[in-house]
Design a protein around this ligand. Sequence first.
Ligand SMILES: [Zn+2]
Ligand SMILES: [Zn+2]
Length: 248
Amino acid sequence: MNTQKQFQILADLHTHTVASTHAYSTVQEMAAAAAQTGVKLLGITDHGPGSPDSPHLWHFHNYKILPEEISGVKMLYGVEANITDEFGTLDMDAHELSFCQWVIASYHTACVTFPRTPELVSQGYRMLCEHPLVDVIGHPTTDMFPFDYEPVLRRIKESGKLVELNESSLQWKKGALQNAKTVYAICKKYGIPIVVSTDAHYAGLVGKTPLAEQLLRELDFPRNLIYSLDPAHIIEIAEERHGKRQKP
Ligand SMILES: [Zn+2]
Ligand SMILES: [Zn+2]
């Protein structure tokens, strides 16, 4: 077996388009890049309205017009919603999220004002686990949002949500690589499923996860816990949680 390709992701479920103004490619360009890198299922997840660079809510409302497949790549149209406080509150309500087929929930420093203590961040994640429409806890590895890893990750597993391993964070966020070694070792220990995502803000980065792959190899992380290797399973999860998509 080619170990270099052991963790090549087939579902890249966290990407941004020009609709988030600090990203630089269109839906079409992202899908074409996904096809080139061998990604079979692409998540388009621009920022929720709490981010300074987010699209208008109509961006999400109008997803119905986009094709289910572009350049041979199956598409999931969703959002990276912002967790806005220590109570796990999102910046989109259930009606707004109903237009999305995939919901990542992430903390970002620009979108919160509470003191980011491990106690309050942990509480926020725990309360978020009660949210019926959230699929993934986004990039839980930066120094900016410390939390009590073991109990919170176990709670995420119980709730049926997935933990994200985010390539962009590993590359750019302070402390992320070191924190990730702890977070994903705990995921391995307790059998907590993860998704590996690029968080690509440019088409050239879609489907490329060298730092995540290296980390997973170092941890000898079990393949059956990496749901990004199984697009059909992701589609099942998405349809179970969000229903079948309205046809274009
Ligand atoms: Zn993010
Ligand atoms: Zn993102």
